[in-house]
Ligand binder design. Structure first.
Ligand code: LMR
Length: 398
């Protein structure tokens, strides 16, 4: 049975963590995976999460199966976080909401459903995008292509190219968009550009799938969700996947959600019934703890305020690390203009380093980033900044 099975390559992101863990060098630094670390290099346990967990544990409630779509208190609070409280989609009941196994689970449930209702559709992802987008939609049986996004020479976005590609896409094409903190580049569209993207997506009859894994990591909870709300206002179908891995530092709890905005409540109920089958035939129903933690925090005014403060502190620390990296590179003798790193937003920087340079960083200095040159600036801290800056300077010298 297994004699024909070939060995698959390691995952381009999580495979780096495997290699990092196996690396015995004491000074190694993992800037590969998108995980926020604090000043001391640890994945934080947020205070709001600690408090919520204590309350849940003290309650000692039994753990029966959750319903197939998950914990209702949870996904209703998440709906309000995505669309704003008292949103029209909540009032009219025209959004199907589901608790999912984080953002990846939301994408896969959405992708499986799309491949059922629109099997011939093509999915377009940004060039480049999070590597799992392409893999996941392909695995769901859909054709995947790209739209232009990154402009290497301008250290920014090829917006004209993006509009042109979206404008040429066939009606029904599914377009995966990052509302904030673009992964991997760190370059986001501005408000005016979003207006134009929403317009072309709707005029062409494309299906937006907005992947929001970093709400609150760029500007604010409301500002970062603005593209989603623009799509709602413009009418038409909309998929939104969200993750609380980064914003609640709950990576291992696999807690996220999928929202599917429909024309009316009746349509949303029918869509939900199909999404439930996707879940039931994959993992039956989702786990309890992460949903309880997030809903306890979002549903309690004091814990919610604490979370927003902790989220703001993570956002500010990432910005400070960007600035410090640019300054560190200058101090280490880098002559190229690296200011673009400070202009990018979110956890990642597309550093502009080549695959060869990234491999050298790994093999000579124990510094892990992706082959494509993405580094996680949210894993920088005052202790690793100087060695990282010095190593990057060294590989840039050639
Ligand atoms: C990343 O891009 O590093 C994160 O989203 C983690 C992952 O699952 O790839």
């Amino acid at each position: 049975l297994f004699s024909q099975v070939t060995a698959a390559p390691p995952d381009p992101i999580l495979g780096l963590t495997e290699a990092f863990v196996a690396d015995q060098r004491p000074g190694k630094v993992n800037l590969g995976v998108g995980v926020y670390q604090d000043e001391s290099g640890k994945v934080p346990v947020l205070e709001c999460v600690r408090e919520a967990s204590d309350r849940i544990n003290a309650e000692g409630a039994p753990r029966p199966y959750l319903p197939i779509p998950g914990l209702a208190t949870y996904y209703n609070l998440v709906r309000d976080l995505i669309f704003g409280s008292g949103s029209e989609v909540a009032e009219t009941g025209r959004v199907a909401m589901l608790q999912t196994l984080s953002g990846t689970g939301a994408l896969k449930v959405g992708a499986d459903f799309l491949s059922q209702v629109s099997p011939d559709a093509t999915v377009l992802v940004s060039d480049p995008s999070w590597e799992n987008h392409q893999a996941l939609f392909t695995r769901a049986g859909l054709k995947v292509g790209t739209y232009r996004y990154y402009d290497e020479s301008a250290h920014g976005i090829d917006f004209a190219g993006m509009l042109e590609d979206l404008g040429a896409a066939a009606p029904g094409t599914i377009v995966v968009l990052h509302p904030c903190c673009h992964n991997p580049t760190g370059y986001d569209l501005n408000d005016e550009q979003w207006v134009e993207v929403v317009k072309v997506v709707r005029e062409r009859g494309l299906v937006p799938f907005v992947d929001m894994a970093y709400q609150g990591f760029s500007r604010s909870l409301a500002d970062d969700a603005a593209p989603v709300r623009r799509f709602v206002e413009s009418g038409g179908p909309l998929f939104v996947s969200v993750s609380f891995s980064k914003t609640f530092s709950l990576y291992g709890e696999r807690i996220g959600a999928l929202a599917v905005v429909c024309d009316d409540a009746d349509q949303a109920a029918r869509v939900l019934s199909q999404l439930k089958i996707v879940i039931r035939t994959n993992y039956s129903n989702p786990p309890t703890f992460g949903a309880k933690v997030v809903s306890t925090v979002l549903g309690d005014p004091e814990l919610r305020a604490l979370w927003e403060a902790e989220l703001g502190a993570m956002r500010d620390r990432i910005k400070a690390m960007r600035r410090a990296l640019v300054d560190g590179l200058v101090a280490a003798g880098v002559e190229q203009d690296m200011e673009f790193i400070a202009r990018q937003v979110g956890m990642f920087s597309y550093s502009g380093l080549t695959k060869e340079q990234m491999l050298r960083l790994r093999s000579e200095f124990g510094i892990y980033g992706t082959d494509k040159g993405r580094i996680c600036v949210a894993a920088l801290n005052p202790r690793n900044l100087d060695p990282v800056s010095a190593a990057i300077a060294e590989v840039l010298r050639g």
